[in-house]
Write a protein that binds this ligand. Sequence first.
Ligand SMILES: [Zn+2]
Length: 246
Amino acid sequence: MPSSELRASAAGLRRLESGRVRCVFTTRALGDMRCARQRREALAQAGAPEPDARLLRQVHGKGLVVLQGAQTDNASPDVGLGGVHPRADGWLTDRPGAAVGVVVADCLPVWVWERSGRAAGVFHAGWRGLEAGILGRAVEEFARSFGIRPGDLEASVGPHAGACCYRVGPEVAQRFRRDSLRLSGGETFLDLGAEARAQLAAAGLGSVAVSPDCTICGAGRYFSWRREGGRGPLCGQMLACLWLEA
Ligand SMILES: [Zn+2]
């Protein structure tokens, strides 16, 4: 039974391998992944099949891009390369050797893959994306594009703003089920990981691993938008990437 937890590997990378699916997450040690040079170095260290990853113009929504078919298939345009990034918050692909990614800092990086490695996806979800239903939408898209049933999918949620630190006001709290909220000292904290797990379970997934690592109090390892107030040298972005081995 393959593990669906990310594991630490050399040079500040976290990895997850399941069949032919390769998932990679960069930590602060590898630098700000909005910088193409640092991103390329990290992908080279990770053994990615391409020099750079296809990225998105992330908008905290539920839009997805499906990269389908072999690389030689002209009917399937090669999106997300060359600085032309579609507005969306996640990828699904069954194309061997195509590296796709999202960047995060506090929001959840979520990887979903078919157990035998036929297709996989990576998604960016903060509270807005979760409220919009991006994860349920992703599970539907696996069925629509690839004929994959929810019960054949596995998922892993990477480091994110944890319930220990992610304080929210009533305007955000009221959008989520009580089971995803933690009350402490008169304040409300949103457990994004628990919410993601619940949404994926509701969509029919049986196996969902959630990283216990918090990006806000894990300053030594992770960039955090919330902790740094959106500014300064510690306010970078981490890359959540995946590809299918050929
Ligand atoms: Zn924390």
